[in-house]
Design a binder for this molecule. Structure first.
Ligand SMILES: *Cc1c(COP(=O)(O)O)cnc(C)c1O
Length: 306
C-alpha cells in the first residue's frame, strides 16, 4: 500500500454536511419573543455522531492509516466514536481507559461497543491517567499498550486539528442565529464554533463538568488552533447538575418532556444540560425579544445505551 492509499476516504462515509438547521416551536421561548433553531449535528453520520465527526475527521486524515490511540473514561462518547471510525475506515484503534479496576470486570455497554468495533482497550490506574500528557508517561503508556507508533488523539479529541474542524460549524450558522448554544466537555467544539461565526453572533458554552477551568482551556485551544483568541463566546457554568454524567430528577424530566415536545432524542450527558440552560435563560429573560437562538445538538443517545 502506498502512503496515498493509506489516507482514509472520509467522503465515502457520506457525511450529511452542512448539517440540517430546523426551526422548533417552543412556547417557553416564544413567550419571551425568542426563536429556537436546532442545529442537527446528530444527523451528520449515524455512528460518527455530531461534533465527534467534526473533530475526528481531520485527525483521521492526518493519521494516514496509522493506528489511532486515544484516551477516555468508561462512558466516553469520544472513545466510541473513535472505535466506530476505526471499523468504518479500516484503521486499527487503541483506547486507553481511565481505571485499572475496570480491567477484570465485565465491560459496560459503551466499552463493549468499542471492543465490538475492533478497538483494543488498555486500562490504566487513575494516577497514571492523570499524568498522561507528560511525555515520559505517555511514552510508557503507549509502549505498554503496544501502540508506540500510533497517531495520538488527546482525551476528548480536542487538539488544534479538531478545533479547526469545528470552525465549519460556526460557518454553517453565519447569518442564521444571534446566539449559538453548545454543551462543553473539553471546550474544543466551542473554540472552533466561535471562530467560524460571523460578526454579530455569539457562542454560549454550557460546561457539563464542574470546576470553572474551561475558559482558560478554550483560550488555549484557540491559541493552538488559530494563533490567538477568536470570536465572541462566553460560558454559563450553572448547568452542570453536579458534574460529568451526573443528573437530577428535574433534568431527567426536562429531557423526557423535551423529547415529547420536539420528537428529538435527547442525549443525556451533554445535550440535555445545554437545552435545559437555553430554556432557563429564556425564562430568566436573558435573551432580548427578537433573538434567534440556535441550540447545537452535538450528539444522540446510542441505541442500547442509556
Ligand atoms: C463530546 C461531546 C461534547 C463535548 O465536546 P467538546 O468539544 O469536548 O467540548 C458535547 N456533546 C456531545 C453529545 C458529545 O458527545
Amino acid at each position: 500500500m502506498t502512503s496515498r492509499d493509506a489516507v482514509p476516504d472520509l467522503a465515502a462515509l457520506r457525511p450529511r454536511l452542512p448539517s440540517p438547521l430546523c426551526a422548533s416551536a417552543d412556547g417557553r421561548l416564544a413567550r419571551h419573543g425568542v426563536r429556537l433553531l436546532l442545529k442537527r449535528d446528530d444527523l451528520i453520520h449515524p455512528e460518527l455522531i455530531g461534533n465527534k465527526w467534526r473533530k475526528l475527521a481531520p485527525n483521521l486524515t492526518a493519521a494516514a492509516g496509522r493506528t489511532v490511540a486515544t484516551f477516555g473514561g468508561a462512558y466516553s462518547n469520544h472513545l466510541r466514536a473513535t472505535a466506530a471510525a476505526g471499523r468504518l475506515l479500516g484503521l486499527p484503534t487503541v483506547g486507553v481507559v481511565r481505571g485499572q479496576e475496570l480491567a477484570g470486570r465485565p465491560l459496560n455497554p459503551s466499552l463493549a461497543r468499542c471492543v465490538a468495533d475492533g478497538m483494543r482497550l488498555h486500562f490504566v490506574d487513575r494516577s497514571t491517567y492523570r499524568r498522561k500528557s507528560e511525555p515520559s508517561t505517555l511514552a510508557a503508556v503507549l509502549r505498554a499498550a503496544g501502540a508506540q507508533d500510533a497517531y495520538v488523539v488527546p482525551e476528548g479529541g480536542s487538539n488544534a486539528l479538531a478545533v479547526q474542524g469545528c470552525r465549519a460549524l460556526g460557518e454553517e450558522l453565519r447569518g442564521r442565529a444571534d446566539v449559538i448554544a453548545v454543551a462543553c466537555g473539553t471546550g474544543g467544539t466551542l473554540a472552533g464554533l466561535a471562530a467560524g461565526l460571523g460578526a454579530g453572533a455569539r457562542a454560549l458554552g454550557v460546561p457539563v463538568l464542574k470546576g470553572g477551568f474551561l475558559g482558560a482551556e478554550v483560550r488555549a485551544l484557540q491559541t493552538a488552533a488559530f494563533g490567538g483568541p477568536r470570536g465572541d463566546w462566553s460560558l454559563d457554568e450553572r448547568f452542570h447538575f453536579g458534574g460529568y454524567a451526573r443528573t437530577t430528577p428535574a433534568l431527567e424530566s426536562f429531557a423526557a418532556d423535551f423529547e415529547d415536545r420536539h420528537g428529538l432524542p435527547v442525549e443525556r450527558l451533554y445535550v440535555a444540560k445545554m437545552l435545559y440552560a437555553v430554556v432557563a435563560l429564556a425564562e430568566e429573560g436573558a435573551f432580548a425579544r427578537g433573538t434567534t437562538v440556535a441550540a447545537v445538538v452535538t450528539g444522540a443517545p446510542l441505541p442500547g445505551i442509556s
